[in-house]
Design a protein around this ligand. Structure first.
Ligand SMILES: NC(=O)c1ccc[n+]([C@@H]2O[C@H](COP(=O)([O-])OP(=O)(O)OC[C@H]3O[C@@H](n4cnc5c(N)ncnc54)[C@H](OP(=O)(O)O)[C@@H]3O)[C@@H](O)[C@H]2O)c1
Length: 316
């Protein structure tokens, strides 16, 4: 099968396009003929070796954790999927090796969702990882309630582009942080208030909007942004951080629940997010399409940190 792969950790130049054997579906697995693959920051972070002490891995590694396409084969004991059915999946596996920048990928059936009729494969490929992250952060972890305030930074990126409208759909007041070029985009996604992190004191601007602090913070930046987060969250509030673990002492001082989320594959949850998008309740964010052969350039763009919405690779 055609695939993008790398044989050692390092820069984007190591990505090659070539032929690798297609995976075989094992019992309980679905073989997906991938038509489009989402690009996420984890793809280049893994390629650089940032997670080599976290996840077991085996070279050559095919990057990519987001797939949409159709069922090309079924392992033993799989029910609920017919050959040819359109499907989508977040394809994180226990060992990093077989990803989605390829014509075929396998996943356990419980991680796979049927793609709703209202979504094409490119739209579907943009959703699994970020959709599950937003869902698991806002619904499963923070349990956002109508009337609560939710602060979302990196609001114009992949996660933010689904987290902002999901938080709005849940009935929250959404305070979003992004650069000046993305303010209108983030407002269109559903943010009530937008803070320009380059021009404003984010803490002061947030406290001007929510004097007691926000109920929920979804932090997709980490580092200094997370270090500055604690005074912006009300006593008893929740921080869901995607890059670093929140500081337990800083959380305890304000009775904040601090969670470092690592989103997990879940077919039922992605089906719920996909249905919200397909029915138009949640808008499709900006999508940028590139051919599989330009995977290295796609990862360079992601790594530069200013993609609005998502990059999707066309596999054909
Ligand atoms: N733990 C998990 O399960 C999990 C899941 C998904 C993502 N993540 C991590 O979460 C982070 C966000 O993911 P993503 O897919 O949304 O990334 P992304 O798409 O690459 O985010 C890009 C966006 O971030 C914005 N941005 C950059 N620096 C910012 C800052 N200091 N403050 C506010 N916005 C800023 C940019 O807006 P401007 O151009 O306007 O600056 C850009 O639109 C990444 O580090 C990713 O690895 C973790």
């Amino acid at each position: 099968m055609k695939a993008v792969y790398y044989a050692r950790f390092g820069g984007a130049d190591l990505l090659k396009v070539g032929d690798l054997p297609a995976p075989e579906p094992q019992p309980g697995e679905v073989l997906i003929r991938v038509r489009a693959a989402g690009v996420n920051p984890i793809d280049w972070k893994l390629r650089e070796g940032q997670f080599k002490a976290v996840f077991p891995y085996a070279f050559p590694i095919i990057p990519g954790w987001d797939a949409a396409g159709e069922v090309a084969g079924l392992g033993a004991d799989v029910t609920g999927f017919a050959p040819g059915a359109r499907v989508m999946a977040y394809c994180r596996k226990p060992t990093v090796q077989w990803g989605c920048y390829a014509e075929y990928v396998t996943m356990p059936a419980d991680a796979v969702a049927l793609t709703p009729a209202g979504l094409d494969d490119r739209q579907a490929a943009a959703l699994p990882l970020v959709g599950l992250t937003a869902w698991q952060a806002l619904v499963e972890t923070a349990r956002v309630q109508p009337g609560q305030s939710v602060f979302i930074n990196a609001a114009s990126g992949g996660v933010g582009s689904i987290a902002v409208p999901l938080a709005r759909h849940l009935g929250a007041r959404v305070i979003a942080v992004c650069g000046p070029a993305n303010a209108d985009y983030v407002r269109q996604l559903g943010a009530h208030d937008v803070i320009d992190y380059r021009a404003a004191d984010v803490t002061a601007a947030t406290l001007a909007l929510a004097p007691e602090g926000v109920d929920v913070m979804l932090d997709g930046v980490g580092g200094e942004a997370l270090a500055a987060a604690y005074p912006m969250v009300r006593r008893g509030g929740t921080i869901v951080a995607l890059n670093n673990a929140p500081d337990p002492e800083a959380c305890a001082a304000r009775a904040i629940t601090g969670v470092r989320l690592f989103s997990s594959p879940n077919g039922a949850q992605i089906a719920r997010v996909a249905a919200l998008v397909a029915e138009g309740t949640i808008p499709v964010g900006d999508l940028h399409f590139m051919p599989l052969e330009q995977a290295a350039e796609a990862q360079r763009l992601s790594q530069a940190g200013h993609v609005r919405g998502k990059i999707v690779l066309d596999i054909g």
